[in-house]
Design a protein around this ligand. Structure first.
Ligand SMILES: *[C@@H]1O[C@H](CO)[C@@H](O)[C@H](O)[C@H]1NC(C)=O
Ligand SMILES: *[C@@H]1O[C@H](CO)[C@@H](O)[C@H](O)[C@H]1NC(C)=O
Ligand SMILES: *[C@@H]1O[C@H](CO)[C@@H](O)[C@H](O)[C@H]1NC(C)=O
Ligand SMILES: *[C@@H]1O[C@H](CO)[C@@H](O)[C@H](O)[C@H]1NC(C)=O
Ligand SMILES: *[C@@H]1O[C@H](CO)[C@@H](O)[C@H](O)[C@H]1NC(C)=O
Ligand SMILES: *[C@@H]1O[C@H](CO)[C@@H](O)[C@H](O)[C@H]1NC(C)=O
Ligand SMILES: *[C@@H]1O[C@H](CO)[C@@H](O)[C@H](O)[C@H]1NC(C)=O
Ligand SMILES: *[C@@H]1O[C@H](CO)[C@@H](O)[C@H](O)[C@H]1NC(C)=O
Ligand SMILES: *[C@@H]1O[C@H](CO)[C@@H](O)[C@H](O)[C@H]1NC(C)=O
Ligand SMILES: *[C@@H]1O[C@H](CO)[C@@H](O)[C@H](O)[C@H]1NC(C)=O
Ligand SMILES: *[C@@H]1O[C@H](CO)[C@@H](O)[C@H](O)[C@H]1NC(C)=O
Ligand SMILES: *[C@@H]1O[C@H](CO)[C@@H](O)[C@H](O)[C@H]1NC(C)=O
Length: 771
């Protein structure tokens, strides 16, 4: 707000220091020698509200009380909400020292500092640059003042009202007398000191006749001029010197219109031409003592309309130079205050100029401020957003209660809530607050019917207005969030996969399944899972080769095992989410008996192969079936169950496919007859679960078979000739190595597989082989 008092304190104080050598008075904000008055503004924050003034002249100091101010031409206005006190003094005020064109104002500023009165002497000399007009009428806030040039020639036209002259003829003294006239009633004359006692001030020194009266004097009267209320005091001042009577007609008339607010403008009215005018009235207007012409005023938004009889001044609430203040009174209200300054200049038929000056404090009624709140939930971002707008500039958000928990604003940096403040050109600001939907401060209510979680946040904003009680503004926001199915955490362990699910109230909406089988303690026991379900969470350990695993990327070194846990809607059994975990496991000892009739074996032959023999040269019963992959010790075979020379055996409800891994001691021979048996591998399927046997090349089993590797024991090891020539590889991936004989060995088979179905088991049979 463009305070007229915003001129820098430093500048003002230096103005003082050039005008006087008084110790600088802290807190004097502004001193202004206006053309028509002297003004001084003091900062209440520095002086405290207990501040008084005295007018000082050569004789003494006079306390400026309310009555004394009105009689003597002082106006004291305290604006606590602006934090300042303003003293205005007329150039013709009682204790002003006039010296030619210079006027000296002296005041004591008295503050109360911790119970002790401190007096600061201030003085200022002003020389108004614009000479006073023949007649000057000041309609101050607390008094009316008329001053005339005392050397005026007689008006060509005498007053028609000879009544007022009557007492002059009866007066026997040359002393100045005054009569007051109330409409048609003429009061008895009195001398000036008597008049002074009644509150009327006359001064006939310094070339001007000055008459000042407070408003509401017994002899004043109110009337309406052109529809506008006006207060009038008519005084006739006379003096008789032998047969000559001097008669001065003094009329103080001011509009007492207090202004009205029409919803957007503060409108103030004054009659045009209260004083006779030859060619109309010239009007200037302004706020805070600055007068501007009509066009400039209109640029400031101040409208000046003059119809034939009345002047209308319309000030918009946002006018530059106005003051705005919020206050709390069961709501937030605001009012606007304007210090209107208006000048009317008229010229009468004698070309004598009359200047009428108005000082008016116009205050709008209390206008409600409508705070705006908007609440929304942005589900995609998981946020509540609460907007609080239209907050007046002098209203500050100091804290918020989120579901009755108090948080100071601004939030700390580590807070998960945020608040941003935005300022608008219309002197309001807004706050936008975000709170995560899943924050602990947000209440969540589970609705099983709708499968939703109701998130609710009650906000209680604490807004503070200086000098007022806090104001609380309420907002509430809710969001119904579809509950997303739970996601399990999964980790690989050495022997399988572990799943974990934290219990939430919404869990009752869902069920966990392995494939189509609902996960129950019974299922877990049957399949060999370890399940631990306590009040906090559910832990599920799925050992490798239990039912439910999928295997991929099988190599001699390792393979991938995948286990999937599904989350299904408990009512519809529709799969909502799945947690799939794939882990890498070591292959050693792996036998997979798949449901579609394939046997996949990873065997570590290091224990059975003679030293130096190369696993890559191994084969199955049918010597054309070589390993798919081999390294220094391990081989990977993968073949249809009934191929590669497998034998099929039906025993007690099982069908067993069996094959053997052979190696050739004779490096030049690939003849099966010379091959040595290294291990037996087999897959057994329960007959009951078998849909189709290998009568054709077609196999289908309900469950995976039971695999087994049986390594052949070698009692002796014979080293071959070291000079034996190397054989070239048959298959590119096979590496040839010198043959070695190793003693029989019992390897520890790591896994026996089971691709899909029941638990695998391991059995190692020892078999003596003699060379
Ligand atoms: C005004 O103030 C100045 C500086 O303090 C001082 O010298 C001067 O005498 C004062 N004038 C009067 C009339 O007190
Ligand atoms: C003014 O009038 C009052 C009452 O009529 C009288 O007591 C007083 O002496 C007069 N003052 C002067 C200065 O004549
Ligand atoms: C009235 O006439 C005087 C003298 O001619 C002139 O100075 C003044 O500006 C006029 N005022 C208006 C309001 O026209
Ligand atoms: C001038 O304003 C007065 C007071 O508002 C009103 O009563 C009068 O009708 C207006 N006259 C014209 C001509 O607009
Ligand atoms: C908070 O963040 C602001 C801006 O990022 C930074 O200026 C301020 O120092 C931070 N305060 C603390 C206590 O970290
Ligand atoms: C202030 O401006 C903002 C943004 O343009 C607007 O939303 C708000 O309603 C305005 N407030 C008032 C009191 O005009
Ligand atoms: C809330 O959700 C965000 C992401 O949506 C997540 O990062 C945060 O950990 C969650 N907080 C709580 C308390 O659940
Ligand atoms: C807001 O907070 C204040 C202060 O705690 C309390 O007096 C007021 O009742 C609260 N308002 C609501 C609507 O909760
Ligand atoms: C785990 O326990 C909770 C109750 O504690 C029960 O609602 C849930 O069905 C149980 N889950 C399983 C898979 O048994
Ligand atoms: C599994 O094998 C496929 C192709 O056979 C390959 O693209 C993929 O990268 C392998 N995955 C891993 C984890 O080795
Ligand atoms: C898998 O085998 C590698 C070496 O082949 C070994 O370092 C690792 O510890 C084994 N991992 C497990 C789980 O046995
Ligand atoms: C089938 O073989 C498995 C493993 O060899 C064995 O446990 C099971 O008892 C056999 N089934 C029948 C019916 O003999």
């Amino acid at each position: 707000m463009a305070l007229r008092f915003s001129i820098s304190v430093a500048l003002l104080l230096s103005a003082w220091s050039t005008a006087s050598c008084d110790p600088l008075v802290d807190g004097v904000l502004q001193v202004d020698c206006n053309d028509r008055y002297f003004m001084m503004a003091v900062d209440l924050a520095v002086t405290g509200e207990d501040v008084r003034f005295e007018a000082v002249d050569r004789i003494g100091a006079y306390a400026i009380t309310e009555d004394y101010a009105a009689e003597c031409g002082y106006t004291l206005s305290i604006f606590p909400f602006l934090g300042l006190v303003e003293l205005r003094a007329s150039y013709f005020s009682c204790h002003t020292d006039q010296n030619d064109e210079a006027f000296m104002f002296r005041f004591n500023l008295i503050t109360n500092e911790e119970g002790e009165e401190v007096i600061y002497a201030l003085n200022q000399t002003c020389s108004p640059s614009v000479p006073f007009s023949s007649r000057e009428v000041v309609c101050e806030v607390n008094y009316m003042e008329v001053s005339l040039r005392s050397d005026l020639t007689c008006s060509s036209e005498m007053s028609d009202d000879w009544n007022a002259l009557g007492p002059a003829y009866w007066s026997s003294t040359s002393e100045w007398q005054v009569t007051l006239q109330k409409t048609d009633e003429v009061m008895p004359p009195m001398n000036l000191s008597e008049a002074r006692k009644q509150g009327y001030m006359f001064d006939l020194s310094q070339g001007r006749i000055v008459f000042r009266t407070p408003y509401g004097q017994p002899d004043s009267y109110s009337t309406e001029v052109n529809g506008v209320a006006v207060e009038v005091v008519r005084a006739t001042l006379f003096s008789r010197k032998s047969w000559v009577v001097f008669l001065v007609d003094l009329v103080a008339a001011c509009s007492t219109n207090e202004g009205s607010y029409d919803g957007s403008y503060m409108v103030w009215k004054a009659p045009d031409g209260l004083y006779p005018s030859l060619n109309g009235t010239q009007i200037s207007v302004g706020l805070n003592g600055d007068l501007v012409e009509q066009a400039v005023a209109e640029q400031m938004g101040v409208l000046m309309e003059k119809n034939t009889t009345t002047v209308h001044i319309s000030i918009p609430t946002n006018a530059e130079g106005g003051y705005r203040k919020s206050l709390v009174n069961g709501g937030i209200f605001e009012f606007y205050l304007f210090h209107l300054y208006m000048r009317q200049i008229t010229v009468d038929e004698d070309y004598l100029e009359t200047v009428v000056l108005y000082h008016r404090i116009l205050i709008t009624p209390l206008l409600p401020c409508h705070l705006v709140t908007e609440e929304l939930a942005i589900l995609e971002e998981g946020l509540f957003v609460i907007f609080l707008g239209n907050v007046p500039e002098d209203v500050e958000l100091t804290s918020v209660q989120l579901n009755e928990q108090e948080f100071a604003v601004p939030f700390t940096n580590d807070s998960s809530y945020s608040i941003t403040k935005v300022f608008y050109p219309n002197s309001t600001h807004s706050y936008t607050m975000t709170v995560p939907l899943n924050d602990s401060v947000v209440t969540q209510q589970f609705s099983k019917e709708n499968a939703t979680m109701l998130h609710k946040l009650d906000v209680n904003f604490t807004l503070t207005v200086p000098g007022n009680d806090p104001y609380y503004h309420k907002a509430s926001v809710m969001a119904s969030v579809n509950i997303s199915p739970p996601v399990l955490a999964a980790v690989c362990t050495e022997s399988g996969i572990s799943f974990k699910l934290d219990h939430l109230p919404s869990l009752s909406l869902w069920e966990l399944t392995i494939g189509s089988n609902v996960l129950t303690p019974e299922l877990a026991t049957k399949r060999g899972y370890t399940m631990c379900n306590d009040s906090q969470s559910l832990l599920l350990d799925v050992p490798l080769f239990t039912l439910g695993y999928e295997y991929r990327n099988i190599t001699v070194t390792g393979f991938l095992g995948t286990f999937e846990v599904l989350v299904r809607d408990r009512n519809t059994s529709k799969v909502q989410t799945s947690t799939v975990k794939t882990c890498r496991f070591n292959s050693t000892g792996l036998v997979l008996c798949s449901t579609d009739g394939w046997m996949t074996v990873v065997a570590d032959l290091s224990a059975v192969l003679p030293s130096g023999e190369i696993p890559a040269r191994t084969h199955l019963t049918n010597e054309h079936c070589g390993p798919r992959e081999a390294d220094g010790t391990r081989v990977l075979f993968s073949f249809p169950l009934n191929s590669c020379g497998s034998t099929i055996k039906l025993t007690r409800g099982n069908v067993t496919y069996r094959n053997k891994i052979f190696y050739n001691l004779n490096m030049n021979s690939i003849d099966a007859d010379t091959a040595t048996e290294g291990a037996t591998v087999q897959c057994a399927y329960p007959l009951a679960g078998l849909h189709r046997l290998f009568s054709e090349y077609n196999f289908e089993s309900e469950g995976a078979g039971f695999g087994r590797i049986v390594y052949t024991k070698h009692p002796t090891a014979v080293l071959p000739s070291p000079t034996a020539p190397l054989r070239t590889t048959v298959a590119p991936q096979k590496t040839m190595m010198p043959m070695k004989y190793l003693p029989a060995f019992h390897p520890s088979v790591r896994y026996i597989k089971v691709s899909r179905g029941t638990k695998g088991y391991l059995q190692i049979k020892q078999k003596a082989v003699h060379f």
